[in-house]
Design a protein around this ligand. Structure first.
Ligand code: BG6
Length: 490
């Protein structure tokens, strides 16, 4: 489907997200999909820069994030020719005239307002766009996560943004939904008959979802201190992954069909009582240690850190879904910074063998598991038991692997590339609806309240490990291990 011509207005256009992710993704789209010839990218910032100053910043900060093999001088120059830079104060409607002058009129030109700013500015920017006549029916607005700080602020943002744009114009982005492996999970579940009959409490013992990062907070301390792992990762990325694993088959992949099913999952999550919180939620903060052999400081000693910070850099949760399909199946979710490895995966573990007909005792049969790898490589692993060759009947675990890169031999598409393309096409399936977002906040809210109590400070863990020992105990209590703890040393 050919794209219509567009003006993309990027609030936070000189910020970290724009430079690291959005501009490289737009460049890739321009090169591989061919954006409309006259499409433009209007970057908004507070600096009183000329276009050339801005282009220098793009050269310095965005270009290094583009794989060198996809950079040619001609395509880079053509991409840079799309830019306009407008200096304004996003919170001051009086400064928007320069933007009004820059944006083209014409109902056949799609306007995309991408708000890569703190959520506290979302409502103000939308009202300011409306006040200066830019919020037209051919406009779309993209909101970056986290959307709010809690349920109340999320509701306020939804209501205020909703006064300017209709729900079909609002794209609440969660880039995890744009990852290839996540989309492939949908394909696996609903494009094959094999798994669906087994995808339930009768056959699945537990599900683990891990997003572990080796990186620390980098130069985002200001943001991270207001967010922490719960608001940065659990409320959105981890819960969205859980929804894709647990949702009922939607009737189609139309936006509301998919979002209705995800919403049902979020609403079925068992609410935490204070007693459950103490047992089922672990909060950690890294101390100095070694990541990949390199010494790294404690979170509290990172640049611009608060030496008394109570912000968590790790969270592990045991969640349950109160439905006929999932009752009693634990969903263990965890995420952390400065962990032992960079790893994002979903592990669906099936039940143990009920009885062994072989000489080996039943306890030697590793339960089957399906691993959906999101990072660092993207693919699927199905762990089965197979007979070892030769005499006798010895069974051992083997791995059936589907590596997406090897199998499809097509260049990898970054999550932001796919999602930006969907925004330009007006395709909402991979974006969160307001009620979904609020349901997710509603579920995490008791955790936020619990952590505000003085005694519930984060547990320290050494950088370069898998988080506090309490996270192992959380899953160990159920007789289980996190997958990386269960794997033999190579
Ligand atoms: C972002 C978080 O949403 O996701 C970051 O704000 C985190 O803190 C990042 O590092 C992880 O994304 P990815 O795609 O690199 O796993």
């Amino acid at each position: 489907m050919a794209l219509t011509d567009f003006d993309m207005v990027l609030f936070g256009g000189s910020g970290d997200l724009a430079m690291r992710k959005l501009l490289p993704a737009l460049y890739a789209l321009d090169r591989t999909k061919g954006l409309p010839r006259s499409a433009r990218i209007i970057c908004i910032g507070r600096h009183d820069w000329s276009l050339q100053d801005f282009l220098n910043a793009v050269n310095e900060n965005a270009k290094p994030h583009i794989p060198p093999e996809s950079l040619t001088q001609a395509s880079w120059d053509a991409f840079c020719a799309r830019f306009l830079y407008v200096a304004l104060d996003a919170s001051d409607a009086g400064t928007y005239q320069a933007l009004v002058d820059a944006v083209r009129t014409g109902t056949d030109i799609t306007r995309v307002f991408y708000l890569a700013t703190p959520p506290s500015l979302f409502a103000t920017i939308c009202h300011n766009l409306a006040a200066c006549g830019l919020a037209s029916p051919n406009s779309r607005v993209v909101l970056e996560k986290p959307l709010g700080r809690d349920l109340e602020s999320a509701k306020r943002i939804n209501a205020e943004v909703g006064r300017v744009f209709s729900e079909s114009q609002i794209f609440r982005i969660d880039h995890y939904l744009g990852k290839e492996a996540v989309q492939n999970l949908l394909a696996l579940r609903f494009g094959n008959v094999l798994f669906e009959p087994l995808w339930r409490r009768e056959w699945i013992s537990d599900v683990q979802i891990t997003i572990a990062e080796e990186l620390g907070v980098g130069n985002r301390m200001g943001y991270y201190e207001t967010s922490g792992a719960l608001r940065d990762m659990l409320q959105n990325h981890l819960l969205q992954l859980l929804c894709i694993v647990a949702m009922e088959p939607p009737v189609s992949v139309t936006p509301d069909a998919v979002r209705d099913e995800k919403l049902k999952v979020l609403r079925s999550l068992k609410r935490f009582t204070p007693t459950m919180l103490a047992q089922n939620v672990i909060r950690g903060q890294y101390r100095s240690g070694h990541v990949d052999g390199v010494a790294v400081p404690s979170y509290r000693n990172e640049p611009d850190a608060n030496p008394q910070s109570r912000t968590e850099t790790f969270v592990a949760v045991k969640a349950e879904i109160d439905t006929w399909r999932w009752a009693g199946v634990p969903f263990y979710l965890r995420t952390g910074k400065r962990m032992a490895d960079q790893l994002a995966e979903i592990v669906v573990r099936f039940k143990s063998l009920p009885h062994s007909i072989f000489a080996q005792p039943v306890g030697t049969f590793q339960p089957n598991s399906l691993v959906i790898r999101l990072q660092p490589d993207e693919g699927l692993h199905l762990n089965l038991m197979a007979k070892t060759p030769g005499d006798g009947m010895r069974l051992k675990p083997v791995d059936l692997e589907l590596d997406f890169r090897e199998t499809f031999k097509t260049p990898r598409m970054d999550a932001y590339e796919r999602l930006l393309m969907d925004v330009l096409r007006g395709q909402l399936t991979l974006f969160m609806r307001s009620d979904e977002l609020e349901a997710a906040w509603e579920w995490v809210e008791p955790i936020i309240d619990f952590w505000e109590q003085e005694e519930n400070a984060p547990i320290p863990y050494t950088a370069g490990t898998w988080g506090p020992a309490a996270a192992s105990a959380l899953i160990g209590r159920d007789g289980l291990q996190w997958r990386e703890e269960a794997l033999p040393e190579v």
